[in-house]
Design a protein around this ligand. Structure first.
Ligand SMILES: [Fe+2]
Length: 218
């Protein structure tokens, strides 16, 4: 969890960057170009940022949920809380990550995400689909099984994982795929850029999990 928490945090910057481009976020509202896509991204933000299923009091963000789950497990939340404080004080994300006390692989994963925010919309949509929504159910299902079988006291973590298996698998994944298809519009150069970004996103994830596995074994 100390390694993975960076994904829970940086995901929100990715999803918010999509929301900024797919809906109207300026001071004057104008109708979005595609209402279906706008609704989809708004729905994701609604749950990720302010989920009614949050197990604490009132709605809560999935990040808040995850950090509380870390507390429940006795994981060290100091580095991620310090990173948030550093970001809140205005430090640029990559710089804040570089000097944070998160594990090196987590700092690298976060830096890849934050750098990608400068990429075109279809590239970010590819990272969103292939690096996040599409792979979450397959990553989290075996974890839930193992955690349940292990008899650990980690209800918050299991609840967090199950919430994502349900939301991403049934709903978000297919919509994110349609979003990417629509943004690429069959344009070969866009499709190729999207594929490249998808590969890099999955590679970044693999490197993070490998480092996590190494830390567990050590
Ligand atoms: Fe989430």
């Amino acid at each position: 969890m100390e390694h993975h928490v960076v994904c829970v945090l940086d995901f929100m910057s990715l999803v918010k960057s999509l929301q900024r481009d797919l809906t109207c976020m300026g001071p004057v509202w104008l109708p979005p170009a595609n209402s279906e896509v706008a609704r989809f991204i708004n729905e994701i933000v609604l749950d990720e940022e302010t989920d009614q299923e949050f197990p604490g009091e009132g709605p809560g963000s999935h990040f808040q949920w995850y950090v509380e789950a870390m507390d429940e497990m006795g994981a060290n939340t100091g580095p991620i809380r310090e990173l948030c404080a550093d970001l809140a004080s205005g430090t640029p994300p990559v710089e804040a990550l570089e000097r944070s006390a998160l594990p090196p692989a987590s700092r690298e994963f976060g830096a890849v995400t934050f750098r990608s925010l400068e990429q075109p919309l279809h590239v970010r949509a590819a990272i969103f689909l292939h690096g996040r929504e599409d792979i979450i159910p397959g990553m989290f299902l075996p974890l839930v099984r193992e955690l349940r079988a292990g008899g650990l006291s980690c209800e918050l973590l299991v609840g967090y994982l199950e919430r994502h298996i349900e939301a991403d698998g049934e709903h978000h994944g297919p919509l994110a795929r349609r979003l990417l298809d629509e943004l690429c519009g069959g344009d070969p150069s866009r499709v190729s850029a999207a594929e490249q970004a998808a590969l890099e996103a999955v590679e970044a994830r693999r490197a993070l999990w490998d480092a996590t596995c190494e830390a567990l074994l050590a």
